[in-house]
Each structure stands twice: as structure tokens, then as C-alpha cells.
Design a protein around this ligand. Structure first.
Ligand SMILES: CC(C)(COP(=O)(O)OP(=O)(O)OC[C@H]1O[C@@H](n2cnc3c(N)ncnc32)[C@H](O)[C@@H]1OP(=O)(O)O)[C@@H](O)C(=O)NCCC(=O)NCCS
Length: 225
């Protein structure tokens, strides 16, 4: 890909700042319930199984982030996501129904103040491999278009570089234009099509993001656990 130095497609060294009011931290098993609620809301057709998500969060070979905001998630935002999904109008990857599983409860911090997750993303990086995989990236509907998805992706790419990976792969539904646009803008290139990979016989686009080996990693960029 032809890109000027320092552009999104160069080796990621600095993910920039998250949108105002959003904090990024490492995900833990304590986030499992809230992440599963969001999985069912955002990926209603094909959410990760709970057991698989639990394994992801517990594994030493993964790096999961959550983006959170103070306060409880406004009820109107949760309801709007559900209505859009019911009408089939939420875009290529539809938001899910409003239900017990779909309503992401606010998780109290140790201080007792509520916070809620507005996005999450995960990288798999097995120690024996020089390739990583973006396992998951999602932003709640009311927080989209603010740069959060890009920020989370860049954080994963910085981590991949710190772990010495040569490149990062991902799969994305062929009908998911917003996600593909994000990946292309961040230096991913399409390398293959996997026919009928997703439920409903939807093809997957396989994309790869090369990570230049020449740029030294800066350990100060690591996200605090
Ligand atoms: C894909 C997703 C994570 C993007 O998150 P986001 O926070 O809305 O994205 P950002 O605001 O950071 O936008 C970054 C880039 O993504 C692309 N993008 C985002 N929304 C888009 C849309 N509706 N249409 C086209 N491109 C879009 C653009 O390239 C955008 O860059 P620009 O603002 O300079 O044009 C979000 O739409 C989402 O959670 N979708 C549902 C879950 C999903 O499909 N995950 C990916 C699975 S492979």
C-alpha cells in the first residue's frame, strides 16, 4: 500500500487518544457478562459462545481491551439499538434484540460508581507464531463514528508490534462495509475470500496488516494491565 510516512498505514507506534470521556483498559474475566451482553446485541446473528469468550479473556496469548464511560448506559441508547435491529436497519452487522442478555448493565467500580463498556477489541498472538489475529472489535451503536473503533484497532496493532509479530490477520463479512473501510484505512489489505464462512453462507474477506520489522518498539506505549 502506498502511504505517506506517519500515515495510518505506516508501522503503528502511537494509537493516539480515545474519544473524550472514554477510558481504555485491559479486559478481565470480570468483564465477561457485559461483553457477552454486547456480543448478543452487536453480533446478533453470530455471537461468540460464552465459553469461547471466557477462554479468550483468560488466555495469556490474547490481548483484550475494553473502552468504558462513566455512568450507566443510557436506557434510550440500549432501546434504540434493539429497535434498529428488529427493523433490520442497523447495517451489515445488525444490533440485536433488547432482552435480558442484550441490556448491558453498568459494572460498579471499586469506588461504587457505575461505568459501562462502549467498545471492546481483542488480539490473539500465540507465542509460537509470528502472526496475530484480530479476534473481535466492536463499538456500541451510540458511540460509533467518533474514532473509537480506529483507536481500539490501533491499540491492538501497537501491541502486536510490541510482541514482535510480523503481521496481523482478520476475517470480516463481505457485506460489512464500515469495518472493511476501517481496516483498509489502517493499512490492511485483502488477501483472500473464504466462501460461505459465516452463518447464512456469507463470505469472509481475509485481510492482512504487515507490521514493519524495522521500527523499534516503545515499551512505554503498553497499556497498563
Ligand atoms: C466497525 C466498527 C468497529 C467501527 O467503529 P467506529 O468507532 O464507528 O469507527 P470510527 O469512528 O473509528 O471510524 C473509523 C473509520 O471506519 C470507517 N467507518 C466507520 N463507520 C463507517 C460507516 N458507517 N460507513 C463506512 N465507513 C465507516 C471509516 O473508514 C472511518 O474513518 P473516517 O471517519 O476517517 O471516515 C463499528 O462500526 C462496529 O462496532 N460495527 C459492528 C461490529 C463490527 O462489525 N465489527 C467488526 C467485525 S469484523
Amino acid at each position: 500500500m502506498n502511504a505517506p510516512a506517519g500515515s495510518a498505514a505506516s508501522t503503528p507506534t502511537d494509537p493516539g487518544s480515545p474519544p473524550d470521556g472514554v477510558r481504555i483498559r485491559r479486559a478481565t474475566l470480570a468483564d465477561l457478562d457485559e461483553l457477552m451482553a454486547l456480543e448478543h446485541e452487536i453480533f446478533a446473528d453470530d455471537p461468540w459462545p460464552r465459553s469461547a469468550m471466557r477462554s479468550e479473556l483468560a488466555s495469556p496469548h490474547t490481548f483484550y481491551l475494553v473502552a468504558e464511560r462513566d455512568g450507566a448506559r443510557p436506557a434510550g441508547d440500549v432501546a434504540a439499538a434493539g429497535v434498529a435491529a428488529a427493523a433490520g436497519s442497523a447495517g451489515p452487522v445488525a444490533a440485536g434484540p433488547v432482552g435480558a442478555e442484550a441490556v448491558a448493565a453498568a459494572t460498579p467500580r471499586p469506588s461504587g460508581e457505575p461505568v459501562h463498556v462502549v467498545g471492546y477489541a481483542g488480539l490473539s498472538a500465540p507465542s509460537a507464531s509470528d502472526q496475530g489475529d484480530v479476534q473481535n472489535i466492536a463499538v456500541v451503536p451510540e458511540a460509533r463514528g467518533t474514532g473509537l473503533g480506529r483507536h481500539l484497532l490501533r491499540r491492538l496493532l501497537v501491541e502486536a508490534r510490541l510482541r514482535g509479530l510480523d503481521d496481523v490477520l482478520l476475517e470480516v463479512r463481505i457485506d460489512n462495509a464500515p469495518a472493511q473501510s476501517l481496516y483498509l484505512a489502517e493499512g490492511f489489505e485483502q488477501i483472500a475470500i473464504r466462501p460461505r464462512y459465516y452463518r447464512g453462507a456469507i463470505d469472509a474477506v481475509i485481510m492482512r496488516r504487515p507490521l514493519a520489522a524495522s521500527a523499534p518498539a516503545d515499551p512505554t506505549e503498553e497499556v497498563a494491565p
